[in-house]
Design a protein around this ligand. Structure first.
Ligand code: G
Ligand code: G
Ligand code: MN
Ligand code: NA
Length: 254
């Protein structure tokens, strides 16, 4: 059966769910945030990871309703956890290029916030560089409209696209997430170390909060902490967790 049809049907049948990967404070080690990561529980194939369906969801436009579902669900969870007295955390949501360029993202975000009653400061949108550079004037307008809702904006996978410093200056961005490709070889490759140092330096100079993703070892974490990296995410700390597991972790931290 055609994957597009299966994706649309999966959305109707509520076969998608989210996992949550904690993001820790570089100084205190406490959990500041979680990144919502989409999974599909396909009755035929079992658990399907996003790399095998997001590209097609993008090509077919299914990403628009699917992305809306992710935003609404992520906000609803924040509200539910806050109402239950769980330690509050920021919720970071991945936004695909098409959602940003073709959808009415600010309207979708505004509705998800309104429906859930979540304060916008708890929501962070992760955008990739490649989705921002197509039409820079239009991008700036869209970013300011989003920023006007008081959500946080992050550039995801930073360093892998066209990281123009000019854009960084003109875009109302709050956070940079250093791509895990650079973190990976941090302790072996001087070039990657130089790139990470430079990204942290730029972030500090521009008053941006910098997040290292894909931290897998203690050495990487210690190096990044020494450089003043603000937040960490990666398998060394936590893998993406089910909601149930996340709530256990958060309540043991509170
Ligand atoms: O969850 P995993 O680490 O396997 O994610 C693989 C890729 O899928 C990453 O690039 C991630 O950003 C992307 N991804 C995960 N969840 C979502 C989502 O809800 N929306 C979009 N657009 N991308 C997602
Ligand atoms: O593109 P984005 O940064 O949103 O991708 C998130 C993806 O990175 C998810 O698939 C998540 O499972 C994965 N991820 C998170 N932490 C680590 C890590 O420490 N190592 C590796 N290899 N992948 C990670
Ligand atoms: Mn991400
Ligand atoms: Na990333």
């Amino acid at each position: 059966m055609q994957l597009e049809f299966r994706l649309r049907r999966a959305l109707e049948r509520e076969e998608f769910f989210l996992e949550y990967q904690p993001i820790l404070d570089g100084k205190t080690g406490r959990i500041n945030a979680v990144e919502a990561l989409l999974r599909w529980n396909d009755p035929e194939k079992g658990r399907v990871m996003p790399d095998s369906f997001i590209p097609l969801a993008e090509d077919t436009g299914v990403i628009l309703p699917l992305g809306e579902w992710v935003l609404r669900t992520a906000c609803a969870k924040v509200r539910q956890w806050q109402d239950a007295g769980v330690m509050p955390v920021r919720m970071a949501v991945n936004i695909s290029g098409k959602q940003f360029t073709q959808g009415d993202l600010s309207k979708t975000v505004e509705e998800a916030l309104q429906q859930s009653g979540v304060h916008p400061s708890w929501l962070e949108l992760e955008l990739t560089e490649t989705c921002l550079i197509h039409n820079v004037e239009e991008t700036v307008k869209k970013l300011f409209r989003l920023k006007g809702l008081n959500v946080s904006l992050a550039i995801d996978d930073f360093g892998t696209g066209y990281s123009s410093l000019q854009y960084l200056k003109n875009f109302p961005i709050d956070h940079l997430k250093i791509d895990r490709g650079f973190i990976n070889k941090l302790c072996d490759l001087p070039d990657d170390r130089a790139i990470v140092d430079a990204i942290i330096g730029i972030a500090k100079a521009m008053d941006l909060h910098v997040i290292a993703e894909g931290v897998e070892t203690r050495q990487q974490a210690e190096y990044l902490a020494g450089r003043g990296c603000d937040e960490f995410q990666g398998y060394y700390f936590y893998r993406p967790l089910s909601e149930e597991k996340l709530l256990e972790v958060l309540s043991s931290e509170a």
